[in-house]
Design a protein around this ligand. Structure first.
Ligand code: ADP
Ligand code: ZN
Length: 562
């Protein structure tokens, strides 16, 4: 590591991993983005090649990523190459020859390439001569259908184990809740692997989650102008249309923004990506099509104007901020419509019931994070099974990652639904919105009961369910045409909550949907029905404490003073 890479010392668990893998053991490495995963197989590859053990095969899903890594290794004088569709026949031929001569230290290839008969034939020949040093399987979470980057080809990589049993394997990923983790072990047959888990904390990232207002684009604009003028950033939106709208709005306000989504012509996408990587102060507005392998160190903020699918996706996406270790910001605006949309996407998907249940569980965990009134970081890390150990001495300094930690007893690889373990708020990070400005909560239990009763009575009175707008109109006592048409002004809950405005009611409703007390029926005009968790609230067994709703103005003040 010192001779080739010029680093004075290993970071965190790198040393232990390198030792294990160099000695021929299997390993599963869970390390956050930017933690230094590459070294964990590159150093063993160099060591094993020098010891005459041959070539390390690196399975990597992205061509752009391969090219970067191979380029960097070649500059350091390491014999590395890749095999992918960008090579012409003669070039590929040349690489294959070097592979067969074991002249290469590392060979990078995509999983679908590795699984071709032609490639396997090459591996057979190498293996027969004892020149297969190591398999490194990067982005190993792609093997899991619960993850966000499922790639079916990854499943067939067990073949490497079956066919070349004695060759050590190291699998690496930056995302893995307990479920994904156990999936990786099972799917890649890594039962004999030693598991190395680094802390997933990114202390330099500040987490902020705000209530989505009527015009989230303006909210975003204010956030950027107030706190990130001239900074490089990424804005994530759910649909291509939203991406286009937001990018245009930012441009019209004088910011340097570009869209990125799968619907754009390939050339436009490549050009926008190249500009983003090259220039300073550019904002990429993107769908999740923009992501894996984007390694720009000085991204100062990642903003979500729509809710991501789950905490893993949120962590991955926000993790693209501040890879240089300097202060960075993860900002998200979240509202009722987000909950409705995500629930609908799950309900209307083709997936089976079990699968839907897992997706729902994962979404619920994210909603709990978004609704949390305590430390976001504690909750985020708890989701990955990690107990927050407090901030490192100097929060913004780069350098070694905080201490590695041991998984809690029995937490490790047990299969179980994703859940937020109850967290004792022993430590606070001091670098999230809730720590910087502990929210005053208000007791929304009574309002919640009124909302639930209204939903119930509407259904009883008319024999079918109604949507959020109508439910709120009835509760607020508004004599709309629809109210009069159905005679709902005669309901006992009509006008029962005339004090609160629609934004407050929406917030309560959102929480009720998030906690499974209200079900949104996507197949029937998003109408609302009572669900299981409603019972405890109606019976007065569960209270509901919510964050106060703030106007955009006071929110800005709050963030600025923070
Ligand atoms: P990951 O793949 O986990 O996202 P990388 O392997 O790309 O992370 O490493 C992130 C950055 O940290 C790279 O710039 C790398 O050169 C640097 N790095 C890795 N290990 C060390 C180390 N031991 N000392 C100093 N810098 C390191
Ligand atoms: Zn905090």
């Amino acid at each position: 590591m010192q001779d080739v890479f010029g680093y004075p010392q290993f970071r965190g668990q790198q040393g232990a991993i390198v030792e294990r893998v160099s000695a021929g053991g299997d390993a599963l490495v869970l390390m956050p983005t930017g933690g230094g995963k590459s070294l964990c197989y590159q150093v063993p590859a160099i060591a094993r090649h020098a010891a005459g053990q041959g070539v390390t095969i690196v399975v990597s899903p992205l061509i752009a990523l391969m090219q970067d890594q191979v380029g960097a290794l070649q500059e350091l004088g390491v014999a590395a190459a890749f095999l992918n569709s960008t090579l012409d026949w003669a070039e590929a031929q040349e690489v294959e020859h070097r592979l067969l001569r074991a002249d290469l230290t590392l060979l990078y290839a995509a999983p679908e390439r590795v699984l071709t008969p032609r490639f396997l034939d090459l591996l057979d020949k190498l293996h027969a001569r004892g020149k297969l040093a190591l398999f490194a399987i990067d982005e190993a979470h792609c093997v899991s259908q619960w993850g966000h980057d499922f790639r079916p080809e990854y499943r067939q990589l067990t073949l490497l184990h079956e066919r070349y049993a004695g060759v050590p394997r190291v699998a690496l990923t930056a995302t893995a809740d307990a479920l994904t983790r156990s999936d990786i072990v099972e799917r890649l047959q890594l039962q004999a692997a030693e598991v190395f888990i680094s802390s997933f904390d990114r202390p330099n990232i500040r987490y902020t989650i705000v209530d989505k207002q009527r015009d989230p684009t303006r909210q975003l604009l204010r956030f950027i102008q107030d706190e990130h003028e001239g900074d490089t950033g990424i804005v994530y939106a759910l649909s291509r249309k939203r991406v286009e709208e937001v990018a245009q709005a930012l441009c019209e306000s004088g910011l340097d923004a570009m869209p990125y989504h799968a619907g754009l012509p390939q050339a436009t996408r490549a050009a926008n990506l190249a500009r983003f990587l090259r220039d300073d102060g550019v904002i990429m507005v993107a769908t999740i099509a923009f992501g894996m392998g984007i390694d720009k160190p000085d991204v100062r903020f990642v903003a979500h104007v729509d809710l991501p699918k789950n905490i893993e996706a949120y962590y991955q996406e926000t993790g693209r901020a501040g890879r240089d270790g300097e202060p960075a910001h993860a900002w998200m605006a979240y509202g009722l419509q987000d909950v409705v949309n995500q629930r609908r996407m799950i309900d209307t998907s083709e997936a089976g019931d079990d699968f839907k249940q897992v997706l729902t569980g994962k979404l619920d965990a994210l909603l709990a994070l978004a609704e949390a009134t305590d430390c976001r970081r504690v909750r985020l890390l708890a989701y990955f099974g990690e107990k927050y150990q407090g901030p490192p001495r100097s929060p913004a300094s780069p350098g070694p990652l905080p201490l590695s930690w041991a998984p809690p007893e029995g937490a490790g690889l047990a299969r179980g639904g994703p859940s937020l373990r109850p967290v004792l708020p022993v430590r606070h990070c001091g670098n999230c919105d809730n720590c910087l400005n502990p929210p005053q909560t208000w007791d929304a239990t009574e309002v919640a009961r009124k909302l639930l009763s209204t939903i119930y009575r509407l259904r009883q009175a008319s024999g079918f369910a109604f949507g959020a707008g109508h439910v709120m109109d009835v509760l607020r006592g508004r004599e709309t045409d629809k109210v009069k048409q159905y005679g709902h002004e005669r309901l006992s809950t009509f006008g029962l909550e005339a004090r609160l405005g629609e934004p407050q009611l929406r917030q309560v409703l959102r929480q009720l949907i998030a906690m499974g007390a209200v079900h949104v029926d996507a197949s029937a005009y998003n109408t609302l029905n009572l669900a299981d968790a409603a019972r405890a609230i109606l019976r007065g067994e569960q209270a509901l404490a919510l964050r106060p709703l703030e106007s955009g103005r006071s929110e800005r003040k709050r963030e600025r003073s923070a």
